[in-house]
Ligand binder design. Structure first.
Ligand code: PNS
Length: 161
């Protein structure tokens, strides 16, 4: 059976932690849709187009991965594209409550949609887009946190602040 999974997120910007999860999902599922979705609880630093471009440049080479932007409900999008699973990374227990709530809400909206969690690689358990932006805003070194090919663009976005 052909299995499609969605890796959703804000990806503002994509980090090495995201890339690790997406790469591992691409080994577990036939087709992976990386969805840049809107999180109305967050203020973003990069446009959807920029975030998609960053993702294309870092994981665009993976043969079974597609990158899309979508402004709407994840549960609805999953129905539209035939995805039966959502894949998310869990970094720590603190992620669990929020992710558990979203997984249950998504399943209520779309009973055919399951959520699977991959444990973050130990070296990325502290890493988030917010941490990257915070460090960059103080002119700190973000080279260990984001892919080299997008490093300068992220750094430059915050250099004037
Ligand atoms: O990287 P994030 O910000 O933690 O990802 C959260 C995201 C974008 C996956 C979540 O906010 C989402 O699914 N947004 C789409 C709208 C939606 O479906 N909202 C209901 C979630 S239960």
């Amino acid at each position: 059976m052909h299995r499609t999974v969605i890796c959703p997120g804000s990806f503002d910007p994509v980090t090495l932690g995201h890339i690790d999860i997406i790469t591992r999902a691409s080994q577990l599922f036939d087709r992976v849709i990386v969805g840049v979705f809107v999180n109305r609880d967050k203020t973003v630093s990069f446009s959807v187009e920029e975030r998609i471009d960053f993702l294309n440049r870092t994981i665009g080479h993976l043969p079974n991965v597609e990158i899309v932007g979508f402004e709407g409900l994840l549960a609805e999008y999953a129905r539209e594209c035939g995805a039966t699973a959502v894949c998310k990374g869990l970094r720590a227990v603190s992620d669990f409550e929020y992710e558990f709530q979203m997984a249950l809400a998504n399943r209520k909206l779309n009973p055919d949609l399951d959520t699977v969690f991959l444990t973050a690689d130990a070296q990325y358990t502290y890493l988030s887009s917010s941490i990257v932006k915070n460090i960059a805003s103080f002119g700190g070194d973000i080279s260990g946190f984001v892919p080299a090919c997008i490093h300068d663009e992220i750094k430059n976005r915050f250099s004037s602040q």
